[in-house]
Design a protein. Structure first.
Length: 217
């Protein structure tokens, strides 16, 4: 049996960024690895420029995410529009003309996340759990404009794997996106959301495995 830290991500708006093109900031339909690491890093008080701290966190945890289904509630992705002054051009210089920026948000979505500890973890799950009860920085759901609607920490679960741990948490069904062996199957999809910690913001690719747990629906 393994122990898993359970997170509840619920709020009126969420945004889990995909590739950003200055005037278009899309959101994925479920939390990204980079977004979840940022969420935990905020609770722990790891500054975004603390590359060593961020790397220690990244090498310590593994995420399995379930998109929770509450009746017909599935989450809806809609754009919002902003006017940006001095937006960056491709060459890095500021644009003298205002640019209309489109940003996507998820509305009425909720997720349950099982956080597992990696072998040789430098930041333990107990430390992470304590930080969520007394966060150093205010946690948010992808962007600072997306506050939490319920407590982030939802306790501990013991199970053979992450999928079995998620089954213990209501609503106990939904589409599961995982990066561990518990959900490995023949339906992987590439996700470019692994932060490469360094001077510039870069991302690597991982395989995410999709598991549909209908829970008797």
């Amino acid at each position: 049996m393994s122990r898993f830290l359970i997170l509840k991500l619920d709020g009126p708006m969420q945004a889990w960024g995909g590739h950003t093109y200055e005037d278009f900031r899309p959101s994925h339909l479920f939390p990204t690895r980079s977004g979840l690491l940022g969420l935990l890093g905020a609770c722990l008080g790891i500054d975004r420029y603390d590359q060593d701290g961020l790397q220690r966190l990244a090498s310590s945890v593994e995420f399995t995410v379930r998109a929770d289904h509450h009746g017909k509630k599935r989450g809806l992705k809609l754009p919002d529009f902003h006017t940006v002054l001095e937006a960056r051009k491709v060459d890095g210089s500021p644009n003298k003309n205002p640019v209309v920026s489109r940003r996507e948000y998820l509305f009425d979505a909720s997720f349950t996340v099982a956080v597992g500890g990696m072998e040789g973890a430098k930041i333990g799950l107990d430390t992470i759990a304590e930080s969520m009860l007394r966060p150093h920085y205010t946690p948010s759901l992808g962007r600072r404009s997306c506050p939490l609607a319920c407590p982030l920490f939802d306790g501990w679960r013991e199970a053979a794997n992450a999928i079995e741990a998620l089954k213990q948490v209501p609503p106990a069904h939904g589409v599961i996106y995982g990066e561990g062996s518990a959900v490995a199957n023949d339906r992987p999809m590439p996700m470019r959301d692994v932060p490469q910690h360094g001077r510039h913001r870069k991302f690597g690719t991982r395989w995410v495995y999709v598991h549909a747990d209908k829970g008797g629906e």
